[in-house]
Design a protein around this ligand. Structure first.
Ligand code: HEC
Length: 145
């Protein structure tokens, strides 16, 4: 029998407005899905650092582009039937709606990054985490479904 993986708690590990996690945090980079998440998390953290005043505009724009590219691949990385079987938390609604949610929020984030206004970047980043990443991941521990 295939082991179902649960992943919903993970967003709790993503610091909201604080420093990125240590690079030694254990990860399951064995899967392309795990790698995609690592890339997206790294992009999110770099964009957050810029919103808080560090980093270069050019590098941050690269991160925003990277986040958009990975978002575009979500449908292919988590195909409907397979993802719901592989991950206990991936309901058909999540698998179906997540790619569009990530594409939309990361696209708006990219625009904000290109405009270069740090407070706007911060709020689009929060929107991406809440409505993009949050489409699949829990962002509070009280909303378990
Ligand atoms: C399509 C639904 C979906 C979306 C949207 C999503 N994730 Fe994930 N995430 C998953 C699944 C499923 C896993 C477990 C992947 C695995 O290890 O096989 C995961 C795992 C992770 C992990 C652990 C990676 C590892 O090393 O195993 C991190 C960190 C993560 N996600 C961050 C994010 C961030 C940041 C975003 C938004 C930019 C995001 N996720 C958006 C479904 C999603």
């Amino acid at each position: 029998m295939k082991l179902s993986k649960s992943f919903l708690y993970l967003v709790l590990l993503i610091p909201l407005g604080c420093t990125p996690p240590a690079t030694s945090v254990p990860t399951s980079q064995a899967t392309i899905q795990g790698q995609s998440m690592e890339h997206m998390l790294s992009d999110v953290n770099k964009i957050r650092a810029f919103a808080y005043g560090s980093g270069s505009a050019a590098a941050t724009e690269e991160s925003a582009h990277d986040l958009v590219s990975w978002s575009r691949r979500l449908g292919e990385l988590f195909p409907a039937g397979e993802a719901t079987a592989d991950y206990v938390d991936m309901s058909p609604e999540r698998v179906g709606g997540a790619p569009a949610a990530m594409r939309e929020t990361s696209g708006m984030l990219l625009v904000a990054v290109q405009n270069g206004n740090r407070p706007d970047i911060g709020s689009q980043l929060a929107n991406t985490e809440k409505n993009g990443c949050g489409f699949c991941h829990l962002i509070t521990n009280t909303s378990i479904r």
